[in-house]
Design a protein around this ligand. Structure first.
Ligand code: SF4
Length: 396
């Protein structure tokens, strides 16, 4: 597994694969070709199908700044390597001076064409499966956050304080902003209303919903958010952790440790399956976010490693098969509500574990494999192309 820094990234919404990844790729290509007079970028597969709604062309043009760039949507070609292909071209006057075929593989990460998708390539951890981590942590008697710290080193603490700081900022921005979200669906922001209800009648549900909506609405507006593990699912982990902090008066240090636990779960899925909606549907985004949040919350409430693993497993298991079919390609319907519902689900799961303990028969490792297989069996219309499901029925 790579560093959990790859799971939590600060950047502009609304999509880690469709805006964050293309923005990073554009910047790299621009920096490599400062002499070029103009550029072209062809988008393929899911990037072409939902690029408009996800603001892919907007972010590419914004990143190239003053440089002229033509963005072309190729709706017919899909690379087998990954559905999120981008081909950049740099020209000096009329001559082609450079080109780069690159793929945005989820969570803001990039891979070159045919680059080995070796999931164990940049590994800093000796274990790639939860079962091995459970055995090891049991053997040397450490918790999951201690395990993460052992392999990430002290630098992860400072990194996660920054992440936590941005999560709070994003939630705060979302709580106090009203109006209609961009994109034409006329979706009205609701976070501030929910928060007002919470202030009148403080209860867990109002607060959790308000926080989850706040981040998701900020994301849908193309503002700065934290991936956890993606932009579209950014509301879940922050809503669960920050609501728990507010209601239980715990300090930031404890939340940073909970982020380590959440990051470990996201990392296991990213390593052994995928967190890309274009590859495995929404189970890889909201399902994984719920799994991370349920694990982090179970950690905060003092559960054992085995119970935390169970919480993560339940959350992912009961999101299996969840499709990605955003209406008009915008990260709004069903995405925003989905963050709110999944956040409360994480709370429900933590309660369930409290009642049942750690004994269970399906492991997190198994459910991650099943999620991967299910996602790859899913018809392309349910994998972030907006050509099926809710995307079609809303239009109809
Ligand atoms: S439906 Fe899920 S996977 Fe698809 S864009 Fe929305 S949050 Fe992301």
């Amino acid at each position: 597994m790579e560093s959990i820094k790859e799971i939590f990234k600060i950047g502009y919404g609304p999509s880690s694969s469709h805006t964050m990844g293309p923005a990073i790729a554009s910047k790299k290509f621009l920096d490599k070709n400062p002499q070029a007079t103009h550029f072209k970028c062809i988008l393929y597969g899911s990037l072409a199908q939902t690029g408009k709604g996800h603001l892919t062309d907007y972010i590419i043009k914004k990143t190239f700044g003053d440089k002229k760039v033509e963005v072309v949507f190729d709706y017919n070609k899909v690379y087998e390597y990954h559905p999120n292909g981008m081909h950049f071209f740099a020209y000096k006057d009329e001559s082609l001076v450079d080109d780069w075929l690159v793929f945005s593989v989820g969570g803001g990460s990039l891979k070159e064409h045919n680059e080995k998708r070796d999931r164990f390539y940049n590994t800093i951890y000796p274990h790639q499966k939860m079962n091995n981590i459970l055995d090891y942590t049991k053997k040397i008697n450490i918790s999951f956050d201690e395990y993460v710290l052992k392999y990430e080193g002290e630098s992860i603490i400072h990194y996660l304080y920054n992440i936590l700081h941005q999560m709070k900022k994003t939630v705060n921005n979302g709580l106090f902003t009203d109006g209609i979200l961009p994109g034409g669906l006329k979706v009205r922001r609701k976070a501030s209303k929910f928060y007002a209800k919470y202030m009148k009648n403080p209860c867990l549900e109002y607060l959790v919903y308000a926080y989850a909506l706040a981040s998701s609405e900020e994301n849908a507006s193309g503002h700065i958010i934290v991936t956890a593990p993606t932009c579209g699912s950014c509301g879940v982990v922050s809503a669960v952790l920050l609501s728990y902090q507010k209601l239980n008066q715990i300090d930031d240090e404890k939340l940073v440790k909970a982020l380590m636990v959440a990051g470990l779960i996201g990392n296991l899925v990213k390593t052994n399956a995928s967190i890309s909606g274009a590859e495995v549907g929404c189970q890889g985004e909201i399902g994984v976010a719920c799994s991370m949040a349920a694990a982090a919350l179970s950690y905060l409430t003092g559960k054992t490693n085995e119970e935390i693993e169970y919480a993560a497993e339940i959350a992912l298991e009961h999101h299996l098969g969840m499709t990605c079919d955003p209406v008009d390609g915008l990260v709004q319907i069903p995405c925003i509500e989905r963050n709110a519902v999944a956040s409360m689900q994480a709370y429900n799961i933590e309660k369930y574990i409290e009642l049942t303990g750690s004994s269970h028969s399906i492991t997190l490792d198994s459910v991650i494999s099943v999620m991967d297989e299910t996602g790859r069996d899913m018809h392309a219309k349910y994998r972030e192309t907006s050509t099926g499901g809710l995307a079609i029925h809303k239009k109809g």
